[in-house]
Each structure stands twice: as structure tokens, then as C-alpha cells.
Design a protein around this ligand. Sequence first.
Ligand code: NDP
Length: 387
Amino acid sequence: MGNNKDIKRVAILGSTGSIGKQALEVIDENPDLFEVYALTANNNTTLLIEQAIKFKPEVVVIANESKYAEVKEALAKQPIKVFAGRDALNQVVEMEPIDIVLTAMVGYAGLKPTMHAIKAKKIIALANKETLVVAGELINKLAQENATPILPVDSEHSAIFQCLVGEDFNSIEKIIITASGGPFRKKSIEELATVTKAQALKHPNWTMGAKITIDSASMMNKGFEVIEAKWLFGLKPEQMDVVVHPQSIVHSMVQFNDGSVKAQLGLPDMKLPIQYAFGYPNRLQNKYPRLDFTQHNSLTFEAPDTKRFRNLAFAYQAMHKGGNLPCILNAANEIVVAAFLQDKIGFLQMSDIIEQTMNKCTFIQTPTYEDYVLSDKEARDITLSFL
Ligand code: NDP
């Protein structure tokens, strides 16, 4: 580890994933600005070990405890501490030298470590949108109490965040979140009934982890982003619009109370929002390909169809009702996406089962953290009973 005080020390939760790997590229490209302090993974020991040898972090965590011996042995000759288990994730993010915690693990599992990182007053670079979907109110309260900034990594939220620099949040009329529409944008309901996992995993514009790719195909991802934006920017449900923009060049927009609209544009590349969050408030130079308007001369926009993509409607419903309903929505979605990826259910069944789960779970208007834990468990059990 270097001694440069200006270097920001970064913990990457989920370094072996799509966002985690791109974050490491950003760090690799900016060695004077960032240093890897902690890397974590769930199962992928091979890549975690490779990353640890290359980036020489102070500590690595393998969440799956059964893989501890393998990682420990492989890094025995390195001056790197190796920990295992979920509790280790919570402890590592609190380590004093860490400046930024990038939450790039997938799903509900990101909630607890993010809470610990906020309490330890780390800058949160938030990729794990499920954290805000499940417990946005609680996270915002914690962040406020600890004066912890939460910087969005999701490209749409980074776009909105960038549009809001220098603006008064009170002058926001609405935000317009763009959606690519995914691989099934033009498919009829009849066609959606028979789409396969392989088709769903082929996103037209982005290469991402499996879970978010399925969420994009089903438009649950957009629904989650609407809820995420509500909490990130302190907006009312009626201030949030979604527009389908298949080219993924306009990453989102803000409309102000004078009717003026600001948009952030760029080629679809997650390294940009990752770099923006890491460098904030500075813009860092890079050599990534530039947007050439003559090559992207047709930017189109259309309304989303919540009849074919019911998940988006469920997310709006969960946001309006609030309480633990978004948590239930998320838990049900995690189970059905896993089932779809295992070929146990069809594409449209995912929405049917989510709806049934939302109707059956116990509703709590003002949940505590413990309530979220119980609701998540109840929703998972109920969803499983419908499979
Ligand atoms: P990936 O599936 O590619 O990676 C997930 C990472 O989390 C891996 O490092 C994985 O480890 C780790 N992980 C998975 N489950 C657990 C667990 N239970 N405990 C600890 N670690 C775990 O996901 P993405 O990188 O695509 O997405 C990460 C997050 O970022 C998601 O919340 C997603 O919604 C969000 N996001 C992603 C975008 C993208 O472009 N990919 C864009 C915007 C947001 P292992 O490899 O060992 O399994």
C-alpha cells in the first residue's frame, strides 16, 4: 500500500462481478488516485485470487466460508489478510483506511454491508440498487445521521446526478429515466410466453451479470431504478417517468420547473459512471471511445408498455404503497429470476408469481431493519411455495 494521502482507498464488494471488474479497470487506469484496499467475492475463488495477486489489497473476503482454505492457501505468500463469511463483509467495510465502498454485489445480500459502511462514514459508490429498493427509507436515514454521501453508479442515476450538479433540487419538476427496452421490446405477449433464458441473457446494449440482465429483459430493472431514484433524489412517485430509448445513448434526463430539460449522454459503458462516482466532485480524464453523433444519428423514444411488462407496474405499485412492499417485490423477484435461470418457470410466470407473492405477504407500513429481514424471509418462502 502506498502512503500518498490523496489516494482514495477503495473496498469493492463483489469484485469478481461485471461492475467489480470494470471498477478494477478504472482503478488500474488511475493509479495516482485510487488504491484497492479490500476485495470480496462470493464463490469465484479463481478470479478473486488473481485480482488479489495483481492489486495487492490489504484484505480479501470470500463470502462462502467453505472456500476459505482455498483462498487462504493461494495467498499464503502474499501480505494479504484473508477472511470468510458474511459477517466479515460487514467488518471489512468499517476498516479505518477505507475511503470509498463500492457496493457491487448483487441482491439483498448487499443491504447489511452497505449499512455498516454508512455507519462507518465511508463514501458509498452504490451499484447495488436492491439496497435502496428494499430499505430506501432506512438507508437514507442512516446516511443522513452519519453525513455519508451515497453516489450513484447505476448509469441512469449517475446521469440524473450529473444533470443536477449546480441545480436546486426544489426546481426539479420530474426526472425521465430511460430504458433500453431490453431484448424483448418488440415481442408480443404470445411470444414472451415462450422466450428462453438464452434469449433473455442477450441484452442488446449492455454486458452485465445474469440477474440484472434478466431484470432488464423483464423491465423489473427499470422498476427498481424508479424506486432507487425516489430515494436517491428525494422525489415523489408522481415526479418519475420512464421512457424507452432503445439506443441507450441518453442515460436519463431531468425536467425543471421552467420546462427546461437536461440530459446526460454517452456511449453505453459502465466505466464512465463508476469513474464519475470514484472521482466526484472531479471529472477524470480518460481515453474511452467518444460519442460520435454522426454514427448515432437516430435517437428514438417511446412509452413503456406495462401490459406486456407487468413488473414495471408492480414496482410503481410498491413505490406508491411503500412500507415493506418493495422489499417483498425484491425478494419475490430474486427467487423467480433464479428459478427462470434454472429453467423451472417461464418468462411470464415470473410476473404472475411476483404478483401472487405481493398479495399474500404481510404488509408493514413502517418497517424496522428487523421487519425487513423477516419480510424478506417470508416473501422468499411464499414465492418458493408458488414454484
Ligand atoms: P454480477 O453477478 O456480475 O456480480 C455480482 C458480484 O457479487 C460477484 O462478485 C459475486 O461473487 C458477488 N456476490 C453474489 N452474491 C453474493 C453474496 N450473497 N454475498 C457476497 N457476494 C456476492 O453482478 P453485476 O456486477 O452485474 O451487478 C452488481 C450490482 O450492480 C447489482 O446490484 C446490479 O443491479 C448493479 N448494477 C449493475 C450494472 C451492470 O452493468 N452490471 C449496472 C447498474 C447496476 P461471485 O463472482 O464469487 O459469485
